[in-house]
Design a protein around this ligand. Structure first.
Ligand SMILES: [Zn+2]
Length: 64
């Protein structure tokens, strides 16, 4: 399963970076309905870190 391209992490809000809000549309997420997109590496000021994007059901698209 693949995921559509994620927006640049540095353009997201703190809530989106934490996975509290949808990383695409910014909608608040509930644990029962959020789709976990898996940890993504991010270059933050020369230190490698991970962020954990999640998205809402409306933004979740199955390819094909
Ligand atoms: Zn969304």
């Amino acid at each position: 399963m693949t995921v559509r391209d994620l927006p640049p992490v540095d353009e997201l809000t703190g809530q989106q970076q934490r996975g509290a809000n949808c990383c695409f549309c910014g909608a608040p997420l509930r644990n029962g309905t959020a789709h976990d997109l898996g940890p993504r590496p991010v270059d933050a000021h020369g230190t490698s870190a991970l962020w954990f994007p999640r998205c809402c059901p409306l933004c979740w698209k199955d390819p094909g």
